[in-house]
Design a protein around this ligand. Structure first.
Ligand code: COA
Length: 177
């Protein structure tokens, strides 16, 4: 079980993005990924009022106040039930494998829990996300509308007092899936 107090790694200050961070957020995603696709995806999601939840776009600041890492949750649906999609997660290369990614993901998941969100979905490395409590989405009957290895589509239940919806994941249009 993940220790939710554990994201207070003193090296990283986690917080929601502010309007002043937008260019730097674009820069974190451009630096972390091979192409600008993820950076541009974030900007497209930011322009979608049905998807964008400003308090769930999270950054981790390095000690020099530059941005080291980024994690985004946006509104998606499982059939008609609201859920959140975690994407992208990015750490600038100079700060990778120093805990910044862990800190920013834990912080954004905690912020979602505090807001009363019940369910988060992620498509990603099956070695990375189980440490936050994610497991195969298929165990809940949740499925993407595209081909993907079963273990890469993962779900995290934040509120187990709410029945977990089964069905098809409907992503914001900006994901293009
Ligand atoms: C994946 C990523 C976000 C991880 O962030 P990070 O800040 O480097 O990772 P952290 O230091 O917080 O993570 C610690 C642990 O995560 C694991 N980890 C890190 N990168 C990983 C990867 N690419 N695959 C699997 N596990 C990984 C390691 O077990 C690591 O522990 P270790 O240092 O003891 O080996 C970062 O490497 C990144 O931006 N990569 C490029 C973009 C990307 O692939 N994003 C994910 C999309 S699903």
């Amino acid at each position: 079980m993940t220790d939710h107090a554990d994201h207070t790694d003193p090296r990283w200050t986690t917080r929601p993005e502010t309007p002043a961070d937008r260019a730097a957020v674009h820069g974190v995603n451009t630096a972390a990924f091979p192409t600008r696709a993820e950076a541009d995806l974030v900007d497209a999601l930011r322009a979608d009022p049905e998807a964008w939840l400003p308090e769930l776009s999270y950054v981790a600041e390095a000690p020099d106040r530059s941005l080291a890492a980024y994690a985004l949750l946006t509104r998606c649906r499982v059939d008609d039930a609201p859920a959140l999609a975690l994407a992208p997660v990015a750490t600038v290369p100079a700060y990778q494998r120093q805990g910044a990614g862990l800190a920013v993901v834990r912080a954004v998941l905690d912020a979602a829990r505090v807001r009363g969100e019940a369910l988060v979905l992620v498509l990603g490395h099956p070695e990375y996300y189980p440490r936050f409590g994610f497991g195969p989405a298929s165990r809940y009957g949740i499925r993407p509308g595209f081909e993907v290895p079963d273990e890469a589509m993962m779900a995290l239940v934040l509120d187990d007092s709410v029945p977990v919806p089964a069905g098809l994941i409907r992503y914001p249009a900006a994901f293009g899936v």
